[in-house]
Design a protein around this ligand. Structure first.
Ligand code: ADP
Ligand code: MG
Length: 298
């Protein structure tokens, strides 16, 4: 994880190996909300699809610098690549070449810690660093998890998504055993949420019950929660990337703006005191339900 001698920034990775679940939307809008709340925020785009970069109005095709050479060349200067978006919000953009970084890094030394090294050079400039992960558990995501203190899991409340979360938690646990021992899972952000359906309510109840069972364990998700508010499905959130704007610039009065504003207030409030007691490392969330799964693809 990123350490500095003074006021280290809080570093949060938004991770889910499934695509289309709301990672980028949540990363961009939480970053914008945190900046509005007064933090100096850096959003790091670790996805070769460069969706967070596009969402903030930056065309990856026009970039001279991006995260990609920074990961490959430890001598490079991240300040050259960082783009100011507003007074307090900056972007470390991705370009599509980032896909190649994943392959090229495999043979490099310290390949898990390239992003840690990059962020250390600029850590004192920020209070908060949010990392938008690609939809995979590959080397780019491992770099994000090595650099982060906390993981947020954006997901949709679908039965099959629970299985994905089990897999994701296993990955986090592996990482804490090797690359980043102090990494914690802060919780789940439910995206594109439809609170009315029976199925959704069941999945939310299962998730909450699962996390409740993990309290007082020494697992990385012992204090994890299902954050509120859940982010409602809101067309303005889907429209805003094509205008290169956060929801707060594109539609500040929309339900999506209210939800992300309230979520930011919840997530960026001071953390609760820690508790520690050992327990079993099993990762099982899946209960048996009568209703049919309605998984989406992404
Ligand atoms: P991921 O980064 O996990 O692939 P995205 O954040 O890109 O997911 O979201 C996938 C798609 O769903 C995007 O087109 C996005 O604009 C849209 N979307 C995300 N959250 C919402 C929401 N709450 N309401 C409506 N559309 C949403
Ligand atoms: Mg994305």
């Amino acid at each position: 994880m990123v350490e500095t001698s003074h006021n280290p920034p809080r570093v949060i990775a938004l991770m889910n190996q499934k695509g289309g679940v709301g990672k980028t939307t949540t990363a961009v809008n939480l970053a914008a909300a945190a900046a509005t709340l007064g933090s100096r925020v850096l959003l790091v785009d670790m996805d070769p699809q460069a969706h967070a970069t596009l969402h903030l109005g930056v065309d990856p095709a026009t970039l001279d610098h991006s995260i990609y050479p920074l990961l490959l060349d430890p001598e490079s200067n991240p300040a050259d690549a960082i783009i100011p978006i507003t007074d307090r919000l900056s972007l470390l953009p991705a370009e599509t070449d980032l896909a190649a970084a994943e392959t090229e890094l495999v043979s490099e030394s310290l390949r898990h810690h390239r992003l840690v090294h990059t962020l250390q050079k600029i850590a004192s400039d920020y209070d908060l660093i949010l990392i938008d992960c690609p939809p995979s558990l590959g080397l780019l995501t491992v770099n994000a998890l090595a650099a982060a203190h906390e993981v947020l899991i954006p997901m949709q409340a679908h039965f099959l998504a629970l299985q994905g979360v089990s897999k994701l938690l296993e990955t986090v646990q592996l990482l804490t055993a090797s690359v980043n021992p102090t990494l914690v899972v802060r919780g789940v952000v439910l995206c594109m949420h439809d609170a009315q359906t029976h199925h959704t309510k069941e999945v939310v109840a299962d998730l909450e019950a699962f996390f409740e069972l993990q309290r007082k364990t020494d697992l990385p998700w012992a204090d994890a929660m299902v954050f509120e508010p859940h982010i409602r499905r809101n067309i303005k959130l889907a429209e805003s990337p094509s205008f290169g704007q956060s929801i707060f610039d594109y539609a500040p009065d929309a339900a999506g703006a209210k939800d992300y504003r309230d979520l930011a207030a919840t997530i960026f409030a001071p953390p609760a005191p820690e508790t520690q007691e050992p327990a079993s490392p099993e990762v099982h969330i899946l209960p048996q339900h009568s209703s049919e799964p309605t998984e989406t693809t992404g």
